[in-house]
Design a binder for this molecule. Sequence first.
Ligand SMILES: *Cc1c(COP(=O)(O)O)cnc(C)c1O
Length: 367
Amino acid sequence: MVKISRKMKIPDKYLCSSKNDIKYLKRALGDKKLSGTSAIVKEYERELASFWNSEYAIAVSSGTAAIQCALFAVEVKEGDEVIVPPTAPSMTVFPILFINAKPVFCDTYSSNFGLNLEVLESCMSSRTKAVIEVPMWGYPTNVKELKEFLEAKGIPLILDLSQAHGTRLFSRYLSEYGDISCFSTHDNKILSTGEGGFILTNSKQLYDRMNGFRQYGFMDGKHFGLNYKISSLQAAIGLSRLQLVSKQIEIRTRNAKYILNRITNEKAREFPITENGTPDYYSLLLQLQFKDNTAFIKYLEERGIPSDVTKYNYTVLYDYPLFKQYKRPCKNAERLVKSFTTIPVHPGLRRSELDYIVKVINEYKEK
Ligand SMILES: *Cc1c(COP(=O)(O)O)cnc(C)c1O
């Protein structure tokens, strides 16, 4: 019998490790050369491209660096505009601010994190250089429709898939729909190298620009660049753990279904899933329909079930001082950020912990 307890602590995020990590690390160390131009980094990039069915993959030092590379590739410059959903995290938007470009917040749909095509047009101007879509917690958005809309206008689509490594639409990874897809491989993400990230694209031209940018423009005196390479040790960890990504998503999905099939509380249902899409369950999202959703989230937290919503004080970005000046009221997004909570479903959870989560949710009594 599971007992509800205020001492219980459900682990928030999963820290991956593989018995192969040491084997790959030994190989990297044996090669002596540890820098970002080592053979093992190239091997990692070949494997990334192959796993995600992409022409090109570029390993970089973080997800934030990946977005910076993408903005450089599509030539976003000072004063240019980049359209982003206000439901994105600050890390998606900082690279825009860093180059003195302007983030333009566009509303989402009422039931998912996708940029709303009915509003998008009115967010565009002659200075619009790119659009970034951010499927939060691995829940799919209709990137196919978005890509078709932008294609007709000649605006590149950048996807921030840092939480959506395994998310699919029409059975294909979301990355297959973007011009450039950016990923983080920070410790907490589905593919983890401690710190790190990577970029996928099918365009040779975009690849060349980003490949140069992450290694000081090849130091040829013609191309600009910084240094966003990863070391061979990170690539080794990436190669080792890439083999676990599919299994990890399978377990996350199984855990999510296990919980969903047992929830009897009608006011906590799964967040709507975009048609023809499949989440990777970076987290399970529960759409809440209580009179006071915050009280429910607090109740879960007091019983050891953490929520990203409170952990990151999740709200529309323009509520924060750094982004306030870019405020454009986004009614759907404002409602969306208050409508759900996250539930951990990672492979680190035991059956008894899943049962505990179910019990706590089902026993909630609204005041
Ligand atoms: C984690 C994350 C980032 C930042 O990635 P880093 O590797 O930590 O720089 C950016 N966007 C989203 C959506 C993320 O989840």
